[in-house]
Design a protein around this ligand. Structure first.
Ligand code: HEM
Length: 224
């Protein structure tokens, strides 16, 4: 027990927990991405998927609680490490900027903050919206969750902000994946270049595939 406490209190322990919770969140994001692609198959497919998840309650409450806990732990520890590292640094970043830090690394605090704000907005947008009310109406018919999503993305500024958030998630995942490998000690001169390529590919793919949904609704979907 004492050992666990010491581990949690140490900086390396916190970094490893950030890495592990980050990996769990990447798992959620990839699963969520796969589920969301059902939008391309139409209202029946997406709504059936949403009903399936809803039918798994109350077990789903446990999953959601674990997900919320993972998000919170990841955010709290990252914020702590950010301020702790700034305090421990003899020369503030305001005066000293290391040149070998990639753009995704330097953007980490900003993309992280943007994503935290995005998730709150996103939950209000879709999860807590009335999925049978006015927002779900396409013509005069309620198309359930599918209707809510397409009505949201038919609004250009709404889609624009989503695409911006998806770019943020792409950058965040790119650096997050590299950090994960480093925190678990999987850094090696031989493998680091491969890890970098995989992380850039992961970030780009997630950002592009998520963004394809609002773009599809805005420009291609035939919705009456
Ligand atoms: C174009 C991109 C996205 C679309 C179309 C989308 C769509 C949705 C929809 C329709 C729901 C509600 C599901 C339901 O009520 O059954 C949902 C929930 C959620 N989304 Fe997204 N999402 C997107 C991106 C993201 C991203 C990037 C994240 C994370 C950073 C995220 C995190 C969540 C979370 C945490 C929930 C709540 C899960 C739950 O209630 O179990 N989403 N999303």
């Amino acid at each position: 027990m004492e050992l666990l406490q010491q581990y949690f209190q140490s900086s390396i322990g916190k970094k490893q927990i950030v890495a592990l919770t980050g990996l769990m969140l990447i798992g959620f994001i990839l699963g969520h991405l796969a589920g969301n692609l059902l939008i391309f198959k139409g209202p029946e497919a997406l709504n059936a998927y949403a009903h399936k998840l809803a039918s798994m309650r109350p077990a789903m409450y446990g999953v959601e609680l674990a997900l919320a806990g993972t998000f919170l732990l990841h955010i709290c520890l990252t914020v702590y490490l950010f301020f702790y590292n700034n305090e421990a640094r003899p020369i503030a970043y305001g005066y000293y900027q290391p040149t070998d830090r990639s753009i995704s690394t330097r953007l980490m605090p900003y993309t992280g903050t943007l994503l935290a704000a995005f998730v709150i907005w996103h939950l209000l947008d879709f999860t807590f919206s009335d999925q049978t009310g006015t927002l779900s109406l396409v013509g005069k018919e309620s198309l359930g969750l599918y209707g809510v999503v397409v009505n949201a993305f038919k609004i250009q500024w709404h889609s624009g902000l989503y695409i911006l958030a998806m770019c943020a998630i792409g950058f965040h995942l790119t650096h997050g994946f590299q950090s994960f490998m480093q925190s678990l000690g999987l850094n090696h001169p031989k493998y680091t270049p491969v890890i970098k390529i995989i992380s850039v590919f992961l970030g780009l793919a997630v950002a592009a595939i998520f963004s394809s949904i609002p773009l599809y609704v805005m420009f291609f979907a035939r919705i009456p």
